[in-house]
Write a protein that binds this ligand. Structure first.
Ligand SMILES: [Fe+2]
Length: 134
């Protein structure tokens, strides 16, 4: 069973955002998988790196949308993205400078962040973009 399952509760109703989120969830599940398998630092590092790179790309796409629609809550939403990226940067440098494993708490944190952020901030963004484009 997947660590984090996609469900309709997570759908925000915007095609590209939902597709990106499904891909992010796949990548969190992949990270969980390699952790469970006790894979080495090299594999773990690569999977973590892919997840971080994709997260940055995804945030950029959302941020472009916010700019295009003149989204009123843009600053707060950007702040959430920046804060997450800061935490992830810290995690990556810890990992690069010696840690050989990732704790399950890190994974829980990523999962909870994703669920909360999608459920509140991304749903609000998708809703606003529908209103503007309607
Ligand atoms: Fe977002």
């Amino acid at each position: 069973m997947a660590y984090l399952a996609w469900s309709n509760d997570l759908a925000v109703g915007n095609t590209f955002i939902d597709a990106d989120h499904q891909r992010l969830i796949d990548m969190v599940n992949r990270l969980h998988e390699v952790m469970q398998e006790g894979r080495g630092k090299e594999v773990l590092g690569k999977v973590l790196n892919n997840l971080v790179t994709y997260t940055r790309e995804h945030f950029r796409r959302e941020e472009d949308l916010m700019r295009r629609i003149g989204y009123a809550d843009r600053a707060a939403h950007l702040h959430e993205h920046e804060k997450l990226l800061q935490q992830v940067d810290e995690l990556q440098s810890k990992f690069d400078s010696g840690a050989t494993t990732l704790s399950i708490q890190v994974l829980h944190f990523l999962r909870d962040w994703l669920i909360n952020h999608i459920g509140k901030s991304d749903k609000a963004l998708a809703e606003a973009s529908r209103t503007v484009q309607a």
